[in-house]
Ligand binder design. Sequence first.
Ligand SMILES: *Cc1c(COP(=O)(O)O)cnc(C)c1O
Length: 393
Amino acid sequence: MIPSILPTYNRAALQFVKGEGSWLIEADGRRFLDMGAGIAVNALGHAHPALVAALTEQAGKLWHVSNLYRIPEQQDLADRLVAATFADTVFFTNSGTESCELAVKMARKYWYDIGQPDRTDIITFNGSFHGRSSAGIAAAGSEKMVKGFGPLLPGFVHLDWGDHDALHAAINDRTAAILIEPVQGEGGIRPLPDHCLKGLRALCDETGTLLILDEVQCGMGRTGRLFAHEWAGVDPDIMMVAKGIGGGFPLGAVLATENAASGMTAGTHGSTYGGNPLACAVGSAVMEVLTAPGFLDDVRARAGDLRQKLEGLVAAHPDVFIGVRGSGLMLGLVCKPSNLDVVAACYAEQLITVPAGDNVIRLLPPLNISDRDIAEAVNRLDRAATTLEAKSS
Ligand SMILES: *Cc1c(COP(=O)(O)O)cnc(C)c1O
């Protein structure tokens, strides 16, 4: 008999009933150190006082009115995002995959409106993840995600990640945009080197192609900059955001330059919930914290500390960990045994990590995790690795 919840998830036998900062409390009372943060969503940990205050205050005033009316909370968040980024304009969604939908539509509409309606192809890369909508799965194109769900949305060209020659050869007069994650998340925490992102920007400029960055996972302070592309010193034309922007409340956004967004006039796109007062009040509270002086400096310092400790862990457990990679507080440990076994061994130590592609476990802690909790996480990883070694010998 089918369960009352559609069985599309492989869930761990854990149920959390409360969160406090970087800690989750299980129904049986055990405390778990949360290095997953709801898959990079709880950017400020659980029950952050400023977010709780923003949410409860707005909840007592107004939740939803629809985009038939002006929404001051949405205006405030849009102004903050525009002030802090390359973008001239913002559209609010409720999730990463909805941001993907709009990014694709926006790129196609741009070319249509300037009289080149055949430029509809979006170039994407193997190992990428852009969400589970029809555009998202067609964009990523992996067998696992698309099998049985055809016919797929046409117009995506899939290339091998890092194959520069193939990329140069693939751009032609049907290319609308290149879509890429600056740091692949689900694919296994693979950062695009800065010089590659610079090269992509240059290639887009030469060919007039739009550059769409998917910063759903690596954005919102995760890498120690507000957005990951800032490390390379180049800007996209369109950027997808979600996950951390709501700090745990469902919220997403598409940020764009005035030029790239020029086709998106009144009536061309919409969302009932997108940019509702409740979500935007929380989003502004998140932005307030992330853009406060010194906050991202602290993230970078913490990230350096964690990375150094993880390098030591890899050196100490070569039969469990092959290496560490990533950027900021978006780190991956490449595993020797199955990454699922490593995640399970971490659960046994009351430590939350998240599996990813390429046999990696992800560490995506709250950006404001304490130094003490970082040290504790590494201790627990060390114990988990020791257990795995004992089992295999
Ligand atoms: C999670 C994720 C998405 C999809 O976001 P949803 O909110 O689950 O729809 C898209 N792109 C990237 C890079 C992601 O990590």
